[in-house]
Design a protein around this ligand. Sequence first.
Ligand code: C2E
Ligand code: MG
Ligand code: MG
Length: 696
Amino acid sequence: MTVTKKNLNKAGKPVSYDTDLSHEELIAIIDGMQDTFYRTDSDGWLKYISKSVERLLGFKPEELLGTKLSDLYVEPDGREKFLVAFQEAEGDIEGYEAPLHDKNGQIVWVSTNAHFYRGLDGEIQGVEGTTRDVTTRIMQQQELNRLKSTLDKTLDCVFMFEPETLNFFYVNEGAIKQVGYSAEELLQMTPYDIKPAYSEAQFRKLLQSLTDGRNTTLTFETIHRHKQGHEVPVEIFLQYIKPENESPRFVAIVRDLSERLEVQEKLRHLAHHDSLTNLPNRLLFMDRLEHALTRYREEGQVAILFLDLDRFKVINDTLGHASGDKVLQMLGERINACIRKEDTLARLSGDEFAIILEDVFSSEVVMTVARHVLDELVNPFVVEGHELFITTSIGISMSPDDGEDSLTLLKNADIAMYRAKDLGRNTYQFFSPDMSTKAFERLSLETSLRYALEREQFMLVYQPQVDIETGKIIGVEALLRWQHPDLGIVGPSDFIPILEETGLIVPVGEWLLYKACTQAKAWQKKYDTDLRIAVNLSARQFNDVGLVSIVDYCLVRTKLPAQNLELEITESVIMQDKKRIGSAFQAFEDMGVRIAIDDFGTGYSSLSYLKRFPIDTIKVDRSFIRDVTTDSDDAAIVSAIIAMAKSLKLDIVAEGVETNEQMEFVTVKGCSAMQGYLFSEPLTPENMDKLLAKHR
Ligand code: C2E
Ligand code: MG
Ligand code: MG
């Protein structure tokens, strides 16, 4: 068999080589080959195998002759699988890979090229082929696959790229997800294709510091651009590695920072905003104020509106904090609608809000905003079916006249706000320097109140309650007065709120309860009457666990019969913590002490408590009585209250009766008792004594 091939060599000269070899020569060549040559008969019995099988599997050729190839496969159906693949390849297979056992039972991966060999008649006589050891490559491949699947599973994104072309040659699942391109697309791209912040030149410069060894790794934050166009903030950990036997490469491990930045942003937001209303808090408010003051130092003015809601506590106390919170949220939204985007509305605390108006040129502008806010609150807030009317008092200060720094401005706006409250609330006031003096007065009032009890500056006055028909004095209400050394007699509305805020109401309340009981007992004895004494309790006193025992103590010590003591409370007390109030009420009922609802009709309470709690008396609030003869609404309200009290078999006292017409009105409606200037103003103990003597 002579085959001559004509070819041209590199120099263009024709070359030819001869394949006319003898059998021995061929065997010698085959035995010398790295690859192992083998031949089987049509049943798979090995007929011939070249010497290199010893290197491949450790067997000498003669040890294998007469065995079946299938005995060598690791997998029991190894031979069957081979035949299937062989048939599919139409009897000519290349690179078929399978694991075999070597003589020691170790696994050797081989790659086989094989084909049928036929006799002269064309009949298939068996299979012959060459096979070689590919264990190392397969192991590497498996190791690589393992690594790759680990990489694919990491949350981090891995990009590898060539140092020369900068082409990506490996990206993991995470990387694909992060930038939104398919693996195929990415393999056509380079890092600067997805990094809008870098040009190719800049990027190469960056890499240079790694390749020239100035840095071993680089960590930096940048932006990746997603296929869809949006930006992804990322942190990159970049390394230049030179694996053995392989070309050097860059490996970038990329972490998506969106979530972390979001959390950071959220934390920042939380630290600077009020969680209930989502408005800026005091911290952010002061920060913005300082910035504004710097910005408008030279020209323009900054104004602060300090808002304090009027009697917001009543809503919290009567409807509960959840409703109060709702109102604050709605309120925030409404007020926000009154200002420009560049202005700031903040919630400073509980029911205090403040507005910064930047770059204002006249007080008229500020006035307009204040008016706007007040108007915005005219419509009621509807919370859980209740219509709530909220007003606010606004104090205004403007830089630089009312202060050049943030603290002074805020303090003066606060002072102006108090002035607005004094003026009857639901109004605004600009700060003026003489207000500081008034604020100072309040402060000194607070200080001197702390000493008032030990300096015996408190006293009680008594206002009689009379039976309208008989004119008989059925009871007296004890009302607190403060004899201030400089200011003279101070009325309770000026200092009771301060006593409540400071907690002083508890010792003062204890003192006056004892005083009132003692006085009542003395009058009972002296005039042989069944006189009742009414004592006001504020909500704050119910927070004190000792209240019940104090009442008990006073009754025992003064020997005043319990049914002659009536505790006056407002609806706001009832709506407090119902459980605690309930148990206090129960204790009072057990003792036989009476309970009156004071200022009835002014709270936001539901009336169900009238049945639930042991209530004896309803005192119709003075504000309804005042206009009862001129205002048909008030007339209707008073009629309804009296009718309801009667049907619940409760006693009724009309408060603040000043005229005969008012007295007649309530009498006709069925109210039998009254308290008011018509009969008598509150009297000092001496004067009350005289009145009692006269009425005996
Ligand atoms: P109140 O309990 O509703 O007391 C009735 C108030 O109405 C008293 O004012 C009384 O002087 C006033 N008044 C009575 N009749 C008339 C009238 O015909 N016309 C007008 N215009 N006013 C009338 P006062 O003494 O200034 O007390 C105001 C409020 O201060 C009381 O309202 C009560 O809520 C509170 N208070 C007074 N003393 C105490 C106390 O010892 N403890 C507590 N916790 N609160 C008290
Ligand atoms: Mg009262
Ligand atoms: Mg009252």
